[in-house]
Design a protein around this ligand. Structure first.
Ligand code: ADP
Ligand code: MG
Length: 690
């Protein structure tokens, strides 16, 4: 037997169990050994029976005697009863419910450890359904810190402990992925010991060391991947590429600022500087610009575009939807117009839109303009990086809200001569998480909002207050304000989501019979979406009902209210994004979080929306409460589920990052480190598939 032995051969168990394991993604011995506990129960502290308090879970040593099966009066339930005598001469009754087979299984009159809940009934002490384990060299169910696993159907924690424990001798076959020097320097536990300790900890100190060790490895591989990808992108520009660095000219920046209708915030100036510094380099930039909704990312992007265009390069800006691409076209054209009026040049800047819905002839013209180099700024959707689009001279591409930017898209960009890339996102991702999920990019953060915005008032609305809030909204809409209604998120089902949004749309006609209501969802054709949005912008429609497709970038200053149905189903950062649609004008705005859930966790999470307006703060709370996969914008990054690593530990992350950088510096192609190279290849495959 080895790590690759299928579980169907390694375990003596029924088919049913093997099938359940398969559903859990566990096929081999290795898979099972790497199936880590989600937590632990400390059953290591022994107590005497007479010390136990009512309701307490205790662990104690002694023996069982006089087992018998009895039925309750109405014969509905079978009870197994026995007496338990502890080593100190006290005794109590023990009872198990509906497990008649225990009669045959439990060890009688032998020293055992029992752990379970103690209850006083009619003045008597009763130990309820305790775990019983005979004394062994190592206790795995009771008398120790015992692992609690994520369970699935017949696969219980108890079952897993029994199957995993005898296989632990194979942990020594796991390859040591981390380098000897890192293990030494960081004082890490050897891998095989760490895997054993994480399943069956000898003590809390060793458990912590084991978790550190395994978490370190998880993060290390991700950081190695990120550092390596960053390096690869840097190296991707060939000598024939027309793209080079362009010098930063402070006078030019001042000129541009002098044409703006506002003074840039300090944060905008800093990020502009960081970007222009990158553009000076002879290798391509890969930078992520994070800034809350409304923080003013557009002007930062415009400065970068202008810098490249002025230096003779073509540029592009890519948005996730046509609506947004058109919005960018309008706002960017305006910035450029004002600038050119004040600083005219011989060749006016040529801006063109490239989206899927263009007529064939229009498209042809734009494509020709791009190919001939006449188009300076191409604004569009994914159509921009599809086949048939040839930029002879692409210096910069700005990508707005496209969380996932995988290997394939990078290949396309390499074919376009590896331009500078600026990714923009309104999703605030905490620094530690960004370092892991987007560690292949440099990070710029706009952490300051333009002055003079009224804070949005946010309220949690339980079912009994629905009607009151509807009437409040009605009053405001009568005065000419507008409202967004967001429908609940329905997991993995566009069809159901569309159905639910249509139902909501019908119901709202009864709630607001006087108003015009628009409907927006992902299944509409892009022209239909466009038409609805336009009507809302023009004020022809007062209420816009939508699925989560609304979230990115829509700008309607007259919309002052947002009502979110089933608010508990969304992550905090996503709620924050929705909320950013309102509060764009000079009138007080409101966000109503409708929820039917009365759970404490829901309340805590939604209360955070009421208390905080800072998106980074909210994302951090989400990270703590729900874990990294739930932070909006992270799942899209292709980040695999982390089993052990703690992403809230910034210091550890920095150390891991440094270590990964050292490795890539020593051997950029990892030829010196074949084990790492192999692991990395596997990780990349997994990330591309996800
Ligand atoms: P986002 O980061 O969400 O893309 P935008 O770039 O659309 O934000 O900016 C939101 C609004 O704020 C725009 O109307 C923009 O003109 C305005 N704006 C941007 N920067 C400033 C600033 N420094 N002072 C005042 N208003 C600004
Ligand atoms: Mg924007």
């Amino acid at each position: 037997m080895n790590l690759n032995t299928p579980l169907s051969e390694a375990l003596s168990t029924k088919k049913e169990y093997i099938l359940a394991l398969k559903e859990m993604g566990l096929y081999t011995v290795s898979d099972l050994l790497l199936y880590f506990p989600r937590g632990y129960e400390d059953l290591s502290q022994f107590k005497k029976i007479w010390e136990a308090k009512d309701g307490e879970i205790i662990t104690t040593k002694g023996f069982l005697h006089g087992i018998k099966l009895v039925s309750t009066k109405n014969r509905r339930m079978k009870l197994v009863r026995a007496m338990f005598y502890d080593d100190h001469g006290s005794e109590c009754e023990v009872v198990w419910f509906n497990q008649p087979h225990l009669i045959r299984m439990l060890p009688m009159d032998k020293e055992v450890i029992v752990a379970g809940k103690v209850q006083y009934q009619y003045g008597k002490l009763i130990l309820q359904s305790p775990t019983v384990e005979t004394i062994k060299e190592v206790q795995i169910h009771a008398g120790a810190t015992v692992p609690i696993y994520p369970q699935h159907e017949v696969i219980t924690s108890k079952w897993l402990r029994e199957k995993i424990y005898p296989l632990l001798f194979l942990t020594k076959e796991f390859e040591e992925v981390l380098l000897e020097e890192i293990i030494k320097e960081e004082g890490l536990m050897p891998k095989s010991e760490a895997i054993r300790e994480v399943h069956f900890p000898s003590n809390t100190k060793k458990l912590k060391a084991a978790q550190d060790r395994l978490g370190y490895e998880e993060l290390f591989l991700l950081q190695l991947n990120a550092v390596k990808a960053k390096e690869e992108w840097k190296e991707s520009r060939s000598s024939e590429s027309p793209v080079g660095g362009v010098p930063l000219d402070p006078e030019f920046v001042k000129d541009f600022f002098s044409t703006l209708p506002f003074t840039p915030t300090g944060a905008q100036k800093v990020t502009i500087y960081e970007i222009l510094k990158d553009l000076e380099c002879p290798f391509p930039m890969m930078r992520l610009l994070e800034g809350d909704v409304g923080s003013g990312k557009t002007v930062v992007a415009v400065m970068a575009l202008l810098q490249m265009v002025k230096n003779g390069y073509q540029t592009a800006i890519m948005a996730p939807t046509e609506v947004l691409a058109r919005q960018h076209l309008v706002s960017i054209s305006k910035f450029m117009e004002v600038f050119e009026k004040k600083f005219p040049s011989k060749n006016p800047i040529n801006i063109q839109l490239l989206v899927g819905s263009l007529k064939a002839k229009e498209k042809r013209t734009v494509l020709d303009g791009i190919k001939s180099g006449q188009v300076d700024i191409a604004i569009g959707t994914h159509a921009l990086i599809q086949e048939g689009v040839e930029f002879p001279n692409l210096g910069l591409i700005v990508i707005d809200e496209q969380h996932r930017f995988g290997v394939k898209q990078r290949e396309v960009l390499v074919q376009q001569g590896s331009p500078h890339v600026l990714n923009m996102t309104a999703t605030p991702i905490p620094r530690t998480l960004a370092l892991v999920a987007y560690g292949d990019q440099d990070l710029s953060v706009i952490n300051e909002m333009p002055p003079g915005r009224l804070p949005i008032t946010t309220k949690i609305v339980p079912p009994e207050h629905r009607e009151t809030v509807y009437r409040f909204i009605e009053g405001k809409v009568e005065k000419g304000e507008q409202v967004y209604v967001i429908c609940p998120l329905i997991d993995d089902s566009d069809v159901l989501e569309v159905k639910s949004v249509k139902k909501e749309y019908e119901q709202l006609h009864d709630v607001f019979p006087k108003f015009k209501i628009g409907l927006l969802h992902g299944k509409l054709k892009s022209a239909e979406k466009e038409a609805v949005m336009q009507k809302f912008k023009d004020g022809e429609v007062q209420i816009l009902v939508s699925t989560s497709v609304i979230e990115v970038g829509i700008d309607v200053p007259n919309a002052t209210m947002m009502l979110i149905e089933g608010a508990d189903r969304f992550g905090l950062s996503q709620l924050h994004q929705f909320r950013g649609r309102v509060g764009r004008g000079s009138v007080q705005s409101y966000c109503f979080l409708y929820t039917d859930s009365s759970s404490d966790l829901t309340f805590t999470r939604l209360k955070a929306m009421v208390d905080h307006t800072d998106g980074f703060k909210l994302a951090e709370i989400d990270l703590k409460l729900r874990g990294p996969g739930e932070v909006y914008g992270v799942r899209q990054s292709g980040l695999p589920d982390l089993k052990i690593a703690n992403l809230l530990d910034g210091i550890l992350l920095d150390r891991v990052r440094k270590a990964a950088e050292v490795i890539v510096e020593k051997s950029p192609d990892l030829k010196k480190y074949p084990v790492l190279a192999n692991m990395l290849q596997k990780l990349r495959k997994k990330m591309e598939e996800s």
